[in-house]
Design a protein around this ligand. Structure first.
Ligand code: MGP
Length: 216
């Protein structure tokens, strides 16, 4: 508890008595008026597939936040992924990292990829994406959270995808730790294998699948 003079507390909750007796002090905890800071500032991006535009031109910054309260205000203000049109993405990236392979912090990197069946849009997509967001803003990967760049949800007719992007596909310890924690947080059964692929391989793939650098 902190003891603060009523002058620096928002007026709205003051009683008449408090307003007429300036010698009284209100007891207010910073918990009551300071937003809870996150370790990082994050930027939410939206991608809408307009075939007349380049991929990069279809990517738009929605907003940035760096407190728990502002995260929830934004999350509660926007559509859940399952309500987006097919072809759309949300991306949540650390401030200063653009959600594309070309960014300095992504170009040596890769992603843990969760591929969903069509049935999972209804059952899992929105809760998996929210859990992914909470892993990011809550820095869930211990000492390896620094390797995280961001996360993406791709809403696609052929099957939705969610991924966590990390900065260097050669940082094996970080990648394996992040993969294990992430799989556990999503509640993916142990027998279901998830894979990590480098962006370089994804960007140059010829067939429909990219080879895994790691699996958990
Ligand atoms: P996608 O949106 O990641 O997956 O990539 P989708 O739509 O499921 O397609 P698939 O190929 O994985 O089956 C679709 C296309 O968008 C890519 O082939 C690229 O042309 C473009 N694209 C996607 N990303 C993430 C990037 C990027 O980071 N940079 C650039 N320049 N193009 C990208």
């Amino acid at each position: 508890m902190y003891y603060l003079h009523e002058d620096i507390i928002s007026n709205t909750a003051n009683s008449e008595e408090e307003q007429t007796d300036s010698s009284k002090q209100a007891i207010v905890s910073p918990e009551d008026y300071i937003k809870h800071p996150l370790q990082n500032r994050w930027a939410l991006w939206f991608f809408k597939n307009d075939k007349n535009k380049t991929w990069q031109a279809n990517l738009r910054l929605i907003s940035k936040f760096d407190t728990v309260e502002d995260f929830w205000a934004l999350y509660n203000h926007i559509q859940v992924s399952s309500n987006l049109m097919s072809g759309c993405d949300y991306s949540l990236f650390k401030d200063g990292i653009e959600p594309m392979w070309e960014d300095e912090r992504n170009k040596q990197g890769g992603r843990w990829l969760i591929t969903l069946t069509k049935q999972q849009r209804r059952a899992d997509l929105d809760r998996f994406w929210l859990e992914t967001l909470l892993c990011l803003v809550g820095e869930a990967f211990d000492d390896h959270s620094d390797d995280v760049c961001g996360a993406v949800v791709n809403v696609r007719t052929k099957g939705d995808k969610i991924s966590i992007w990390t900065t260097d596909y050669q940082n094996k310890d970080a990648i394996i730790h992040i993969g294990r924690v992430y799989k556990d947080r999503l509640g993916v059964p142990p027998k279901v294998i998830i894979g990590y692929q480098s962006h370089a391989d994804t960007a140059t793939k010829s067939g429909s699948t990219t080879k895994n650098k790691f699996v958990v």
